[in-house]
Design a protein around this ligand. Structure first.
Ligand SMILES: [Zn+2]
Length: 449
């Protein structure tokens, strides 16, 4: 009996070992492989497209990656790279110069093979981790300048009408400022109002650029000649009493500032809060409507005296020192205290509330990226979202924010960038410099009377 048992035990144990080993091998072979996601999920790939992927290995570390393109029965490897087997998840990107791979324009499939460092008995396998249908498109988008302001001025605005493909992103680039051209419905025309900074050089090249969905870029020069602007310098003398009164209002949690802290606090207000306000203007600019809601000259508040110059470089003096220098990119208008403030044009109120150094502020969107800003108000007569007409009272002047006396600080903004308001009060300037190019380009838009 005993002999029979031990005779059975050996094969049973062997069988158990074989089963256990097989199970282990199968489990190892079936362990989840790496995953990959295309990010962003592109539909088309151009002559020079950066592809990004999020890679993840549920077990082990990411070891190698291979990016290939399949078109018909051809498979072309774009790149193979070692990932170092140190990370379980990572972002990985590659630039694909699709036109130099010998492939044709049209449909193709991206294949990404990601391997981890986890040992599997039958190896990692060849199946792609990710396949993604794309369209290869190497052709630069059509782009023509159909109309443009001939003589924009430093600190002033202009317009460009560009003809391109409907789905292209079309922009006007003025040095460090970029303006999106908004598509005019069913026309192929893209219209951008743009503005130059007061210190842009007169020999700056103004460029139109179109980028298609595949990232292909066309660029043209605008036929514009920049005229020189004249800008003044000024001085603001800060009194201790003014700083003691204003700074606690503008800086929360600073009720008592002694004389030596005033200068620092003023710099924080004049620099940091001014910067914050600039950011907010760009944010509001994105709410613009694609078509112009304005027509004709902008309204200047009645009986107001302009007591500043556009783009005046101001030295802020305190205690015999120059504390700061800033460029004043608006106009200060004064009449009587708490005077009514009319909207310069028809539009939509996109902001009615406090705005850092501007105090109580209303911003009205007039469409096509053009907005007007009214600051230091003592009261509001409108709320955000309100539709206003040309001349609708928005509120009353005051001294909120960094204002020395009761006045209206007024700005005209183009996609969030300040521009010289003087031009917009001048119906003839609007006709010559904005409407003229629209007519040249056969646009359906009119912005002058
Ligand atoms: Zn001002």
């Amino acid at each position: 009996m005993n002999g029979n048992r031990s005779c059975l035990l050996v094969p049973l144990l062997t069988l158990a070992l074989v089963i256990a080993t097989s199970v282990l091998l199968v489990v190892r072979q079936r362990t989840a492989r790496p995953t990959a996601q295309l990010s962003p999920e592109l539909q088309s790939v151009g002559a020079n497209t950066v592809l990004g992927f999020d890679l993840e290995a549920p077990r082990g570390k990411l070891d190698t990656v291979e990016l290939a393109v399949r078109q018909g029965d051809r498979r072309v490897v774009v790149i193979t790279e070692s990932l170092g087997a140190t990370d379980a998840s990572m972002g990985w990107g590659a630039t694909m110069a699709a036109d130099s791979l010998g492939l044709a324009e049209g449909p193709a499939t991206l294949e990404l093979v990601v391997r981890d460092a986890f040992w599997r008995p039958l190896g990692p396998g060849d199946e792609p981790t990710l396949t993604w249908p794309i369209v290869l498109d190497f052709s630069a988008p059509a782009l023509a300048v159909s109309g443009a302001s001939r003589y924009p001025q430093q600190g002033g605005a202009g317009i460009a009408i560009l003809t391109s493909e409907p789905d292209a992103r079309v922009e006007v680039i003025c040095g460090d400022q970029t303006f999106v051209a908004l598509a005019e419905a069913n026309s192929g025309r893209h219209v951008a109002v743009f503005t130059l900074r007061h210190d842009h050089p007169v020999d700056l090249l103004l460029l139109a650029r179109a980028t298609d969905a595949a990232g292909n870029v066309s660029q043209r020069e605008l036929p514009s000649v920049i005229r020189r602007g004249e800008f003044k310098t000024g001085q603001v003398t800060l009194k201790q009493e003014f700083l003691e009164r204003k700074l606690p209002e503008l800086l929360p949690n600073t009720p008592d500032l002694n004389r030596s802290q005033l200068a620092d606090a003023f710099l924080r207000v004049n620099r940091d809060l001014r910067q914050q306000a600039a950011g907010k203007k760009h944010e509001l600019a994105r709410q613009t409507t694609a078509h112009p809601q304005w027509r004709g000259a902008f309204v200047q508040p009645r009986n107001t005296q302009v007591f500043s110059n556009y783009a005046e470089t101001r030295d802020y003096r305190f205690d015999g020192d120059t504390l700061d220098t800033q460029v004043h990119l608006g106009f200060d208008l004064a009449s009587t205290r708490q005077a009514p403030v009319p909207s310069a044009q028809a539009g939509t109120v996109v902001h009615a509330g406090p705005l850092t150094i501007y105090g109580n502020t209303v911003v009205v969107d007039h469409g096509l990226g053009v907005q007007t800003l009214y600051a230091h108000l003592s009261s509001f007569a409108v709320e955000t979202g309100a539709q206003v007409g040309r001349g609708t009272v928005l509120g009353r002047t005051g001294t909120t924010g960094l204002a020395v006396g009761d006045h209206l600080h007024y700005e005209v903004l183009v996609q969030g960038y300040p521009t010289n308001p003087l031009q917009w009060w001048d119906g003839r300037w609007m006709r010559d410099h904005l409407d003229g190019p629209l007519v040249d380009a056969n646009s359906t838009y009119r912005v002058a009377d």
